[in-house]
Design a protein around this ligand. Sequence first.
Ligand SMILES: Nc1ncnc2c1ncn2[C@@H]1O[C@H](COP(=O)(O)OP(=O)(O)OP(=O)(O)O)[C@@H](O)[C@H]1O
Length: 366
Amino acid sequence: MDANIRVRIKHTLGHFTLDVDLSLPASGIIAITGPSGSGKTTLLRCIAGLEQAQGDDNCISFADQIWLQGSKQSIKTEQRPLAYVFQESSLLPHLTVAENIDYAAKRSRRRNCEPLGAQARAHIIKLLDITALLAQSPEQLSGGERQRVALARALIANPQVLLLDEPLSALDMERKQEILPYLEEVGKVFSGPILYVSHAMDEIARLADHLVILQAGRVLDEGPLASTLMRVHKPIIWGDDVMSVLQGQVALRDEDFYLTRIDVDGSPFWLRGLDKNLATEQRIQVLARDISVAVAEPGPSSIVNCIVCELESIFPPERGEVLLRLRLPRSEQRLLASITAKSLQQLALIEGQTLWAQIKSVALLK
Ligand SMILES: Nc1ncnc2c1ncn2[C@@H]1O[C@H](COP(=O)(O)OP(=O)(O)OP(=O)(O)O)[C@@H](O)[C@H]1O
């Protein structure tokens, strides 16, 4: 892994101490999650330089730039080549949307960011679909529109690192669904790392490439999304939404039955719908509670997905529920299934045995 963002911080605020040592990838969406008060915003604020972390061992660097080195060297927020978007965007109320964007673009030079050319700016305006909003003032915009403008403004400043602190949390579910595709697009076009604070697992599963889990100011776990999800920090993060995220390719489109087949290292997963093109990469999500397991090949069933797996590990029971980690054949990818402790006993499951995972529902991600 490229260790292009290095963050080693010990920083105390009142009764809280953030104590992290992270090497994060140089690109992609890096989700930072954890319970309320675990230090997600404080971490982002330290990276942005909005929080002055004191201490000789502290360091923050990006690529070959050192942003903070002990108490000797610190580059001011305004000079770090980054942009951030918060829960509620802070557009300047007396300027129009276009003027807000211009203002941010002009300030970008001070941040050591190269100003974008007219063509690149037009592309971002199109990408976030804000052409019709340019003449409006911020108070005329809906919450979702404001966040789209805030994202455009951040991108037009042409930062090398993008910090997003719960950019969707002030939006209702409908607005959130509207804006998620734009964030996906931003994830594709932005070449540097995007640090994305969120505690919504649906957003993280859909958007993130890498996951950092904080608990009480420390890093509980960290790594590529799919494998970090497999390590399960259940009560801390997921509640009932324990899930697997798998990467596959669109292998077949069955027009007669309105189904699409995604192959994950050779294992077929069928989903309803036909809106994905053949041979494209596709991420899918399977909730642990949507899987049941059988110890012999099941007979005919209305469940279309039945995948042969190896039972790799059995997690300790918790309130009558047991999680199983299932390995797909000839693959490094895994599924998590949730069954009752009673079923575990009745089926006399042991690690290493072959199981048939019947999956009630598979969802497409990005
Ligand atoms: N200026 C401050 N002075 C004292 N304590 C602070 C200060 N800022 C934050 N804290 C404390 O630091 C802890 C971490 O806060 P932070 O906002 O980073 O958490 P978070 O994980 O982002 O939480 P949430 O999900 O609720 O936004 C909290 O206990 C908070 O009360």
